[in-house]
Design a protein around this ligand. Structure first.
Ligand SMILES: Cc1ncc(COP(=O)(O)O)c(C=O)c1O
Length: 459
């Protein structure tokens, strides 16, 4: 009996990535599922990467992959840009942890102040999750109100208070949380300002609203500037703090983050990823009187404790400074935005040519593939798939499709973090063309497996 297309694909994948498969067998004896981040889990096994430069990474077998992960969003300049590598190497020679204040943290903090007007004061953390955790605690202390309002499908790290409602199934409680923590969070669907206002009115114990300003999961569920501006007005009217989680949008959609692009001033913001130039690091930035609740002897008479061994560590500071200095003129962001737009347009033309009932959509430097569009796309650059609700977008991609599509793309030399990706300043138009051809070949292999040609192309 002959192999099914899925068997044939997986057999080819095992042969081409044989060393990765061997490493994964060992990894499964060390880590749950053999991985160190949920998003890196892939069936039957993930590729192992040995080296990365610019827009590319090379697997342990020596295969070059065009990389659309962009370091989970941490790499605005691609892999290992020379000035960043040099800055880290030089700092390495001088010490990795002085256990003391150091000059680099000043320059790093000043760059954030320069780029982000709302950053009157800053505190560095070691990750984005720590930053959102800090922002919520500061908000509770400042307002004296315990609860937070967040949006379904918005992701803020694995913070106990914000993991609820981040991913489907939205009506199931995230296991392992204290009931009291769960009760401290109010989750509502995104995009409805009236609902925000009525929820705030009905729950006077809510002290802050947090959001991803370009939409849940960076834009999987897009959110426009008008919504964010409206949210600023509503939160001001209701006397509630607005926290913009710019862990992924910060320094990416604009040198000043989404707030710089939209002209909105939040009370607090969280940053990480690009902030630390590809190394671990995050921060909370915002109004002086709120962030100063971290200061000894502050006017409130209460101090938020905040130790943290790796806060503002000098290696992250050196990478962060080198990166922020390179992205502050906005050219890197413009390039990445243009590359992603070109890729979305080219993919939509490909879907039309092959009669694939999928659509590529997004804004800024991201792209998402919505596989339940039903017809090939008629538009080129699509902001929001017509007819889809926010819930459709949040739940569209099943594991089977995601895994097989990624494996099929890896076979063609392209690594996509699922049916999505993120461009950076190192990607070129040739990379876009290579990727479109790769996606075309992957879809041909998966015809009848994860998609079937639409009956007719709408004119
Ligand atoms: C919007 C947003 N907030 C918070 C986080 C958590 O950051 P970290 O992974 O550094 O803990 C992420 C990570 O992807 C994110 O995208």
């Amino acid at each position: 009996m002959s192999d099914t297309p899925t068997d044939a694909l997986l057999n080819d994948y095992s042969r081409r990535f044989q060393r990765s498969q061997e490493l994964y067998a060992t990894a499964r004896t060390i880590f749950p599922n053999g991985v160190t981040h949920d998003a890196r889990y892939l069936e039957p096994f993930p590729p192992y990467v040995r080296e990365a430069r610019g827009a590319y990474k090379w697997t342990v077998e020596g295969h070059r992959l065009i990389d659309w992960w962009s370091g989970h969003g941490a790499l605005m300049l691609g892999h290992s840009p020379e000035p960043v590598v040099r800055a880290v190497q030089e700092q390495m020679e001088r010490g990795t942890h002085p256990g003391a204040s150091h000059e680099l943290e000043l320059r790093w903090g000043q760059l954030v102040q320069e780029l982000v007007p709302s950053a009157e004061r800053i505190r560095f953390t070691s990750s984005g999750t720590e930053a959102t955790m800090m922002a919520l605690r500061l908000a509770r202390m400042y307002t004296g109100r315990p609860r937070v309002l967040k949006f379904l499908g918005h992701f803020h790290g694995w913070n106990d208070f914000l993991i609820q409602g981040a991913d489907p199934p939205f009506d199931e409680p995230v296991p392992g949380l204290l009931d009291g923590v769960r009760e401290g969070v109010v989750c509502i669907p995104p995009g409805d300002l009236e609902l925000v206002e009525t929820t705030l009115r009905a729950n006077p114990d809510i002290g802050c609203v947090i959001l991803e300003p370009t939409g849940g999961h960076y834009g999987l569920i897009p959110c426009d500037a008008e919504f964010v501006r409206g949210l600023r007005r509503v939160t001001e009217r209701q006397g509630v703090l607005l926290i913009m989680d710019e862990v992924i949008t910060g320094f990416r959609v604009h040198p000043g983050g989404a707030q710089g692009r939209f002209g909105v001033k939040p009370d607090l913001s969280t940053f990480a990823k690009i902030l630390a130039g590809g190394l671990p690091g995050g921060c909370v930035a915002g109004r002086k009187e709120i962030v100063d609740l971290l200061a000894f002897g502050n006017a409130s008479g209460q101090k938020m404790p905040h130790p943290g061994t790796f806060n503002a560590n000098p290696l992250s500071a050196s990478a962060g400074i080198a990166t922020l200095e390179l992205v502050m003129d906005g050219r890197a962001q413009e390039h990445a935005n243009a590359i992603a737009a070109r890729l979305r347009i080219r993919l939509n033309r490909l879907f039309r040519d092959l009669r694939v009932p999928w659509v590529a959509y997004g804004a800024y430097s991201d792209f998402y593939l919505y596989p339940k569009y039903g017809v090939p796309p008629t538009g080129d650059d699509v902001r929001w798939p017509e007819g889809a609700t926010w819930l459709d977008l949040a739940t569209a991609v099943d594991r089977h499709t995601r895994f097989l599509f990624r494996v099929a793309c890896l076979m063609e030399g392209v690594d996509l973090p699922g049916l999505r990706g993120m461009a950076n300043a190192a990607h070129t138009e040739d990379d876009v063309e290579f990727t479109v051809a790769a996606v075309g070949a992957a879809l041909e292999r998966l015809r009848g497996v994860v998609w079937s040609p639409a009956a007719a192309v709408p004119s």
